[in-house]
Design a protein. Structure first.
Length: 235
């Protein structure tokens, strides 16, 4: 009887120890699983955040790249449009260095005035164009005499394309300075006609001693018409 109780007690103690061991193992496994789960969760979260950040950065980079590309394309389109507009303007304007200026008898003279033609000839090697009115004045010793020519709008301005060797002319009227009162004119002999082709700032000088100018700039004695095709000899 006593041995049976002893065995029972020993079996109970072993059962308790086994239970404690099992509980410890389970608890340890649970703790390890919890830690492992927590670590994986944190790692997943961090990885997810990193991936999200990377995705966001990639998206921003892609957006910036697209924006830059769009801006570059827009700029290129603007440049192309400007180039297209520049190239669609047609024949280049004749520079003063492309032209030779001469005076012809034109319409002759009468009623106290002369009606010469100012002829501009393309002496360059390429086509060029002239449009509108040349600037004209009389000069002596390189100094302008009186006022520059006024425009006569009886001829409508037109763009004239001049091939090398071709000409355009402008009809002038130069009133005889001696016909005016001395105080109103103060006539002075001219030795040249100074010509500025349309849209040019470089003058062409035509030597002539056929005219006098009025030193008084309030007395205007020259008028100029818009340029017409040809040298005027066919009119």
């Amino acid at each position: 009887m006593g041995r049976t109780i002893q065995f029972s007690a020993q079996a109970g103690i072993r059962g308790i120890i086994r239970g404690i061991a099992t509980t410890g193992i389970v608890a340890a496994l649970a703790l390890a699983g919890g830690c492992s789960s927590g670590g994986d969760g944190s790692g997943t979260t961090a990885s997810s955040n990193a991936a999200s950040s990377s995705s966001s950065a990639s998206s921003e980079s892609s957006s910036a790249s697209s924006s830059a590309s769009a801006s570059s394309s827009s700029s290129s389109a603007t440049d192309a449009t400007s180039a297209s507009t520049a190239s669609s303007n047609g024949t280049p304007v004749c520079a003063s260095s492309d032209l030779t200026a001469t005076l012809t008898m034109g319409g002759g003279g009468g009623a106290g005035s002369s009606y010469p033609y100012l002829v501009l000839t393309n002496s360059g090697s390429a086509d060029c164009s002239v449009t509108g009115y040349p600037g004209v004045s009389l000069a002596a010793g390189g100094t302008q005499i009186g006022a520059a020519a006024e425009r006569d709008d009886s001829v409508a301005p037109q763009t004239i394309v001049l091939k090398p060797g071709e000409s355009a002319h402008s009809a002038l009227r130069i009133t005889n300075a001696d016909a005016f009162d001395a105080d109103a004119c103060n006539a002075q002999p001219a030795d040249s006609l100074v010509v500025y082709p349309p849209d040019q700032t470089q003058a062409i000088t035509v030597a002539t001693s056929d005219y006098k100018g009025c030193a008084n700039a309030d007395t205007k004695i020259i008028t100029v018409r818009a340029l017409e095709l040809g040298d005027g000899s066919q009119q």
